[in-house]
Design a binder for this molecule. Structure first.
Ligand SMILES: Cc1cc2nc3c(=O)[nH]c(=O)nc-3n(C[C@H](O)[C@H](O)[C@H](O)COP(=O)(O)OP(=O)(O)OC[C@H]3O[C@@H](n4cnc5c(N)ncnc54)[C@H](O)[C@@H]3O)c2cc1C
Length: 478
């Protein structure tokens, strides 16, 4: 039930239908309510909206493409928060080809930024399955990762400066695209990954690279999970650190997809337990990566690390390999959905984590099916669990969440890993942060939140609980 706000701010041009698409999250896990979706045209309008919300004590939820996997952009169910979208602030303000930088407004889609860079023979690396819908403001606020972070880093590594409206309505102009700028605190980093809890990002200066001119891509069947990292090291050496993606796909994940979408084909002749999609890229007009990839492949076969595989011999074959990887999450949906764990461990511990995690599921999971894949070149594993065929799906998934997820998260903690590698905390993982996060870090986050947003108007109920966490940490340090 939704009780609309008694506020004078009205969604003038957009009816309830438009708002409806924004009141629940992408996975339909969280349902909220609001009376208005505000779409400002410029930073001054954003500042005015924030000032008004501050005056009236109204919570403001920034929403980008609404592809968050942790309910980060869903308003509360009480209808007491407003949504603010940067959709109309989608100008590319500047491309400085010689500075290898681009200044964009927060509402630009990631795919638009990629195209604008490409039209200058330049490249903005983040690559996500959601790139046609997610906005750069959302990418920066979640510090998004994706499939090319192994070479180019995560979003944080590619942001040079930000413009943002702070919770008191002031405009922080930290948009400089300088490569070196040590004038005190790097405040833009405070907003990166803050999930809208410390301010609204309105524009960003981004670091660009020279556009890759050629790629070499291979789909490999790997002998053993423990061989993944030696293979990555071999590929990095053979290509001169040109590996841009190193994506793991377990046979169980692939099989879930192939069973439901028979027109997709396994690229290797024989099934194996473990697969890797590896891609290297170069912007060189002279060097070719083909001989390097072939040499790596041959060496891997000779040493027995690679059982089978194929190097893409055409752009179509490359697309076919990626098509398989990109449809893996769909395979889970087609098999009744999954309980997801977006975790990370040290790159050197990936194989061990997958072994120990799988053993836990085999021991306690009552026949649960595993789907393991992810950006293992960054230590990021999507360790997902499905109900066995024929089980009461909803009840089984609930059992997995209460009985197995804590065991997985305990294992991650024991291995000094992270219970949230890519997607952030949003409203989904606040409790996990309270269970597994460092109390001093949590208290410092609360202190920062209270200092910058004392009335808690900026995305309330996400990331941190002001006050509560601070007092908890104080109590534990007495
Ligand atoms: C198919 C699919 C594949 C995905 N793959 C990946 C992946 O590989 N790697 C990855 O990291 N994520 C992935 N995601 C998750 C998601 O796409 C990312 O988190 C993305 O960065 C969110 O961007 P968005 O514009 O949709 O933001 P939203 O979902 O709209 O918002 C996300 C958070 O940012 C805040 N926010 C949005 N805009 C602003 C702003 N201008 N100022 C301040 N705060 C703001 C919101 O309040 C919210 O807390 C995937 C999602 C889908 C659906």
């Amino acid at each position: 039930p939704c009780s609309p706000l008694s506020t004078k701010v009205v969604a003038q041009f957009y009816g309830a239908k438009t708002i409806a698409g924004f009141t629940h999250d992408f996975r339909n896990k969280y349902f909220g309510c609001t009376s208005a979706l505000l779409r400002p045209r410029n930073v001054a309008d954003v500042a005015r909206i924030v000032e008004k919300c501050q005056q009236h004590g109204v919570g403001l939820v920034p929403v980008g493409g609404n592809t968050s996997y942790c309910g980060g952009a869903t308003p509360s169910a009480q209808g007491d928060q407003l949504l603010i979208s940067m959709q109309r602030m989608n100008a590319i303000r500047e491309v400085d080809v010689n500075n290898l930088s681009m200044t964009v407004e927060a509402g630009c889609l990631l795919s638009e930024i990629q195209s604008a860079a490409a039209s200058e023979n330049l490249f903005f690396p983040p690559s996500l399955g959601s790139q046609e819908s997610c906005q750069i403001g959302g990418n920066i606020s979640t510090n998004a990762g994706g499939v090319s972070a192994v070479r180019y880093g995560i979003t944080r590594d590619l942001v040079l400066g930000l413009e943002a409206v702070l919770p008191n309505g002031e405009i922080l102009n930290n948009l400089s695209p300088l490569r070196k700028d040590n004038r005190g605190y790097a405040l833009h980093h405070m907003l990166i990954g803050a999930e809208g809890s410390l301010g609204i990002i309105t524009a960003a200066s981004l670091r660009l690279l020279r556009a890759p001119l050629s790629q070499a891509t291979a789909f490999l069947a790997v002998r053993d999970i423990g061989d993944l990292m030696p293979l990555l090291a071999m590929a990095q050496s053979a290509t001169g650190e040109a590996v841009t993606s190193f994506e793991y796909i377990s046979n169980s994940s692939l099989q879930l997809l192939l069973n439901k979408v028979p027109e997709l084909r396994r690229p290797t002749e024989e099934p194996a337990e473990h697969y890797v999609l590896i891609e290297a890229a170069t912007s060189s007009t002279i060097l070719s990566l083909d001989p390097a990839m072939e040499a790596f492949f041959e060496a891997g076969m000779e040493q027995g690390l690679i059982l089978d595989g194929a190097i893409a011999s055409s752009e179509q074959q490359r697309k076919d390999f990626w098509n398989l990887r990109e449809h893996i999450p769909e395979g889970e949906v087609l098999n009744g959905s999954s309980v997801k764990h977006d975790v990370s461990v040290r790159v050197s511990h990936v194989g061990r984590f997958i072994e120990l995690g799988s053993a836990l599921v085999n021991q306690y999971g009552q026949g649960a099916r595993l789907s393991i894949y992810g950006h293992v070149g960054d230590g990021n594993i999507h360790f997902n669990l499905l109900a066995p065929e024929g089980a009461d799906n909803a009840a089984f998934l609930e059992m997995l969440q209460t009985e197995i997820s804590p065991r997985i998260y305990d294992l991650v903690a024991k291995m000094d890993g992270s219970f949230s590698a890519e997607y952030g905390l949003g409203q989904d993982k606040i409790q996990l942060n309270e269970a597994y996060g460092d109390p001093v870090k949590r208290a410092l986050m609360s202190t920062l939140k209270e200092a910058i947003d004392p009335n808690n108007i900026m995305n309330p109920g996400k990331v941190v609980r002001p006050g509560k966490l601070g007092s908890e940490a104080e109590a534990s340090s007495v």
